[in-house]
Design a binder for this molecule. Structure first.
Ligand code: KET
Length: 397
């Protein structure tokens, strides 16, 4: 019956994360997947999350199905987080928000919605982008194209070429944008560039789709919400999928959301209805435990304050590791241009290491990064950064 099935080649990120678990070498280093590890190399359970869970356990409430769109408290907390509670778009009810299974669940629901209601629209993603973007949108039946983004020559953005490509797209084309901490490059648009981009998106009647998976890892929780606010201010309608996996360190709980910012409340209601229909056909409703964590951490002032402090600490630790890695490499590779380790934002740096160099790091030194040369700085710590720098310098010489 299943002889005709192709073998699955595996996922470039998740397969590597599984391979490292099987590597017996004690000094192996996991800088592959986008997960924040603390200085002891563990995935932290944030105190605010622990407390939220303790409250839920103590209440001992029943476990009914959530509504298709998720818990009301979590959904409104997400809107307030992304736009500010007093924002006109929030207050006027023109944002349709679903609690989703991680932001991946949200991205896919949005992709299915586009395939159904914008059947002629293609989607344009940055070159390069997170590998799974292409897989998800193609999986929903959409044609996926790229716009120029990363400039390997300068380590910046090919902003003019990006705008030029977007300026030529048919109206209602979907444009996927990383709201902050671009994955895999760590290279973001400046605020001025976002404003220029908004003007083009508006003028060409394009449909932006923001992916905000690393809120708080760039400049701060509020600061990293600049893009959705700029798009709203420009009068654009758009999608935004946001994740708590990284910002609350709750990867396996699948805490995320999808919001559709609409021109008015009546359109938002219709959009929410069709998004619900999409969810019902897929997984019916999102997880209850995830809703409890998100609503409590964002809604309770004490837990919220704890969360904000934790996010700052995680961001600062990554920055310290960026500086340390940069200093160690600079000492070993004098004259080499390595400033990108300091300027790139969020968890990732795009090293320019070739697949052959990445393979050498893994095979000879037990250091795992993905073959595009993306390194997750959040996997470095005071116990492994020197060894990692030493090995990197060795293969870069
Ligand atoms: N968007 C981006 C840009 C992203 O990097 C990830 C995860 C997600 C969405 C999905 O996160 P979720 O947990 O579904 O809310 N990226 C890391 C892990 C993975 O590939 O699944 C990564 O790039 O390593």
């Amino acid at each position: 019956m299943f002889q005709h099935l192709d073998a699955y080649a595996g996922d470039p990120i998740l397969s590597l994360n599984e391979a490292i678990q099987k590597d017996p070498r004690p000094h192996k280093v996991n800088v592959s997947i986008g997960i924040y590890f603390d200085d002891a190399g563990r995935i932290p359970v944030l105190d605010c999350v622990r407390q939220a869970e303790a409250q839920m356990l103590a209440e001992g409430s029943a476990k009914p199905y959530l509504p298709i769109e998720g818990a009301a408290a979590a959904r409104s907390a997400v809107q307030a987080l992304l736009f500010g509670a007093a924002h006109e778009a929030v207050a006027s009810g023109r944002i349709a928000t679903l609690q989703t299974i991680g932001s991946s669940g949200g991205l896919k629901v949005g992709a299915d919605f586009i395939a159904r209601w914008f059947p002629g629209s293609g989607i344009w993603v940055s070159d390069p982008t997170w590998d799974n973007h292409r897989a998800m949108f193609e999986g929903a039946g959409l044609a996926v194209h790229t716009y120029p983004y990363y400039d390997a020559a300068t380590g910046g953005v090919k902003f003019d070429a990006m705008l030029q490509t977007l300026s030529d797209l048919p109206a209602r084309s979907v444009v996927l944008l990383h709201a902050c901490c671009h994955n895999p490059t760590g290279v973001d648009l400046s605020r001025e560039q976002w404003r220029e981009l908004c003007a083009v998106l508006k003028q060409r009647a394009l449909l932006p789709y923001l992916d905000l998976a690393y809120q708080g890892y760039g400049d701060g929780i509020e600061e990293d919400a600049f893009a959705p606010r700029a798009l709203a201010e420009a009068g654009l309608s758009f999608f935004i999928a946001n994740s708590f996996s990284k910002s609350m360190s709750v990867y396996g709980e699948r805490c995320g959301a999808l919001s559709l910012v609409c021109p008015d409340a009546a359109q938002a209601e219709r959009a929410l209805g069709q998004l619900k229909a999409t969810v019902r056909r897929n997984y019916s409703s999102p997880p209850l435990h995830a809703a409890g964590i998100v609503a409590r951490v964002l809604g309770d002032p004490a837990l919220r304050a704890g969360w904000e402090a934790d996010v700052s600490a995680m961001r600062e630790r990554i920055l310290a590791m960026r500086r340390r890695l940069h200093a160690l490499l600079t000492a070993r590779l004098p004259g080499r241009e390595l400033g990108y380790f300091l300027s790139q934002r969020g968890m990732f740096s795009y090293t320019g290491l070739s697949p052959a160099q990445v393979d050498r790091l893994r095979e000879e030194f037990g250091i795992y990064l993905i073959r595009s040369g993306r390194i997750c700085i959040a996997g470095l710590n005071s116990g492994n950064v020197e060894r990692t720098a030493e090995a990197m310098a060795e293969v870069m010489r």
